[in-house]
Design a protein around this ligand. Structure first.
Ligand code: MN
Ligand code: MN
Length: 261
């Protein structure tokens, strides 16, 4: 089987705690990806042409737990999967589906927020909670977080309890990136970037990663990427669709890295 990448869009933002909008993101990321303003070449020289995508389209979600079923079905193609969100709550469901296929995986999570709340405003499935659910259900054997700059006392305790490796933004050094032993799942919350680079997010958290730093993190991954998501792009907050283009660029680089291994 020639190597392709399966793509799915999850039109869901009901678990957002502050603003809705990420459900609108997938078609706009696709549009930016195919914009004639750019070409399909990733920085490693690979051309990520439309025919390399096994694109399953976008899915309207009525019930949060349907996300796992849809994802499991789309994983049956045998190709690695990239999901466009959607708010970050979807990642728990995505990881449930990946667990059934791959077992527990190592996760690299880029975000301004640790998303480790036991519950947020009474909801255990809030977009502030997915990594608590993933760790307590042992869907990951290692969780490395980069870009965190909002660590509350409760979330620091949760990180200790689950053994999460957090590289807080204040300590981030692009010359000392994590080294992995096993294939990884990459979960990329667009608000991990500084809002100067990616204003189209619900939670503007200053002091974040540059686009170049996120590209370097992706390009430096030393193991295969078995799956990935790009979440929390909120088009209602964007300017000139620039965050859509940032998301599309990161999508292309993740795809190139997946296909290169
Ligand atoms: Mn998040
Ligand atoms: Mn976030």
């Amino acid at each position: 089987m020639s190597k392709k990448i399966t793509l799915q869009g999850i039109l869901f933002d009901e678990k957002s705690s502050y603003l809705r909008g990420p459900a609108l993101a997938p078609p706009l990321i696709r549009k930016a990806y195919h914009s004639e303003s750019a070409n399909y070449f990733a920085e490693n020289g690979m051309e990520i042409l439309p025919e390399l995508w096994n694109d399953k389209g976008d899915f309207e979600i009525k019930d949060y737990f349907d996300i796992e079923k849809i994802t499991s079905k789309n994983l049956q193609s045998g190709h690695p999967l990239i999901t466009l969100g959607g708010d970050h709550s979807i990642t728990y469901q995505l990881l449930q589906a990946h667990y059934k296929k791959y077992g527990a995986v190592t996760i690299l999570h880029i975000d301004a927020h640790a998303d480790l709340y036991d519950n947020f405003e009474g909801d255990k499935y809030s977009h502030a909670c997915p990594f608590a659910r993933i760790m307590e259900n042992k869907l990951a054997n290692r969780l490395v977080q980069i870009g965190i700059r909002t660590l509350s006392k409760h979330q620091a305790e949760q990180a200790d309890k689950f053994g999460v490796e957090i590289i807080q933004m204040k300590d981030f050094d692009s010359h000392q990136l994590p080294v992995f032993k096993n294939p990884i799942y990459l979960s990329l919350d667009i608000d991990g970037l500084d809002p100067a680079f990616a204003p189209g997010v619900s939670h503007h958290e200053p002091g974040g990663l540059t686009t170049r730093e996120v590209l370097k993190i992706i390009q430096s991954i030393n193991v295969p990427i078995i799956g990935a998501d790009i979440v929390e792009y909120n088009p209602t907050r964007d300017q000139n669709e620039m965050t859509a283009m940032v998301s599309a660029k990161l999508l292309k680089e993740i795809a190139a890295k997946m296909l290169a291994h």
